[in-house]
Write a protein that binds this ligand. Structure first.
Ligand SMILES: Nc1ncnc2c1ncn2[C@@H]1O[C@H](COP(=O)(O)OP(=O)(O)OP(=O)(O)O)[C@@H](O)[C@H]1O
Ligand SMILES: [Mg+2]
Length: 260
């Protein structure tokens, strides 16, 4: 069954690649945020641990669904603030405190969400070795620009020109900064992230012509199967704790750990 594969900055529909518009990026971000918020809720109490763009699957109407729960972990119970685990995840998305201590909390997922938000904003991948030196790691490269009103233009995907309002882009940049905070406790909750993204969605809905606003997208509500699995040879590889530590040791300024 047909589905869309998220391969930022494009999406792949069958064999066609097309750039993902600002509104669709925001829709996907909100859908994925709602998925994470559910996992973090008191009802589920799960830490996803491998949040990244390739694990966000899109239905033909761009409804986001989270996949690959292989690393998901039950959250801490009782008085405990974290779960201790072997460090697993994907380089470029894993939270710095999780990489250095193995202490896993829901806030580790929030950090990964911030990385994905940054991918949506910039159209760049979390790790891209084809970029010039100093730009391989998206968070490390983008962080200094995100807090300056005018400098965020250096981060914004040029393919999006004219599609977003400045305040919308600034809100997303500020949200990404909060999610990527080195201090895990000060990162927002997933519920707070959802509210902010809903606000963005509402304001972009309000700018659309009425006819477009009420369109029922083709394929809405269809269920996804695993029959149409796409492969992505350029994806960031999932790494074991040994891989991650080896990389951190080799690089005197490991990207995720010491970006400023
Ligand atoms: N059910 C599916 N339908 C369509 N595409 C899928 C499906 N499952 C995965 N994909 C796509 O296939 C590609 C590879 O996914 P896969 O899960 O094997 O690796 P990954 O997500 O990059 O890493 P990880 O193994 O950590 O999840 C990704 O682009 C993903 O979006
Ligand atoms: Mg996957």
């Amino acid at each position: 069954m047909a589905m869309v594969i998220l391969q930022l900055p494009t999406v792949q529909r069958g064999s066609h690649f097309q750039p993902l518009s600002w509104n669709l990026r925001m829709k996907v971000a909100l859908g994925a945020a709602k998925g994470l918020a559910y996992l973090h809720s008191a009802e589920a109490k799960v830490i996803y641990r491998d949040f990244k763009t390739s694990n966000i699957l899109l239905d033909t109407d761009y409804t986001a669904k989270l996949s690959d729960f292989g690393l998901a972990k039950d959250g801490p119970v009782g008085e405990k603030s974290h779960v201790s685990t072997r460090v697993m995840g994907t380089y470029g998305y894993a939270a710095p405190e999780y990489l250095s201590t193995g202490h896993l909390t829901a806030k580790s997922d929030i950090y990964s969400f911030g990385v994905v938000l940054l991918e949506m904003l910039s159209g760049r991948r979390a790790i891209d070795k084809n970029r010039p030196q100093g730009e391989h790691n998206l968070v490390e490269w983008a962080r200094p620009y995100l807090t300056h009103k005018r400098k965020i233009f250096r981060v914004l995907d040029t393919r999006l020109e004219g599609q977003y309002s400045l305040s919308g882009a600034q809100t997303i940049a500020a949200l990404a900064v909060e999610c990527l905070n080195f201090e895990a406790k000060t990162r927002p909750s997933m519920d707070a992230v959802v509210s902010i993204l809903e606000g963005i969605q509402d304001s972009s809905e309000a700018r659309k012509p009425a006819a477009e606003r009420h369109q029922d997208p083709k394929g809405a509500g269809k269920k996804m199967t695993s029959a149409s699995v796409g492969r992505d040879s350029d994806k960031p590889r999932r790494k074991s704790s040994n891989d991650l530590r080896k990389e951190a040791g080799r690089d005197p300024k490991p990207s995720v750990l010491h970006s400023t």
